[in-house]
Design a binder for this molecule. Sequence first.
Ligand code: ADP
Ligand code: MG
Length: 215
Amino acid sequence: MQLTPQLLPGLIQAIADVIENNAEEITVLDQAIGDGDHVINLQRGIQALMVQTAELSQLDWDAAWQKIGMTMMSTVGGASGSLYGTLFIAMSKAARERFLDLSGFAEVYAQGVEAVKQRGKADVGEKTMLDVLVPVADSLRQSSAEGAELTVALTRLAEVAVAGMESTRDMLATKGRASFLEERSRGHIDAGAKTAQLMICAIVAVLIERLTSPA
Ligand code: ADP
Ligand code: MG
């Protein structure tokens, strides 16, 4: 089956569910080293996307990502709103006139992550969502270079996302609100890394389901 934007209603629903089901845990994480609003910020964006699902599913990927990015930018708020907005808008630009097979998508996603790094003036190892987003980009590129099956690439990517999220626990935060705590930021998983991992794993689960269920 083709992975078209008709998957978006199912993907957005899966993301809404995983954030809702883990809301308490994420809030505890964000209260420990942030200001505790991360789930509420994200859920505002997800709610706005839920209203747009019918429209989104009729677009091409580049137009859909542009619209998702604009919605995230204008509704989420906080650091994460502008960073996710930047991710999707940069992916939309990179996706224009590109064939979105595994190698094309790996390139598009990597350019999106590059834009997030620039926007946040951050990189891996600073205890942010980038500790999930960047390893996932590397994993996609590697799977594409090896000519991996899509389901294999997706399974690996989910594992890498979990490892990236876990890696933030012992890091010192050097960006965002958590950086104000300096050494006291160690010992807590970053809330933004946790939500990035949960959303990515939810997407992977939906895609593997679609790819492996009979048409
Ligand atoms: P705010 O920190 O403005 O309240 P949120 O609570 O919605 O915004 O999001 C916080 C998350 O954003 C952090 O947990 C971290 O993962 C991510 N973050 C913060 N600053 C940066 C940055 N400069 N680069 C990348 N990610 C960042
Ligand atoms: Mg916050």
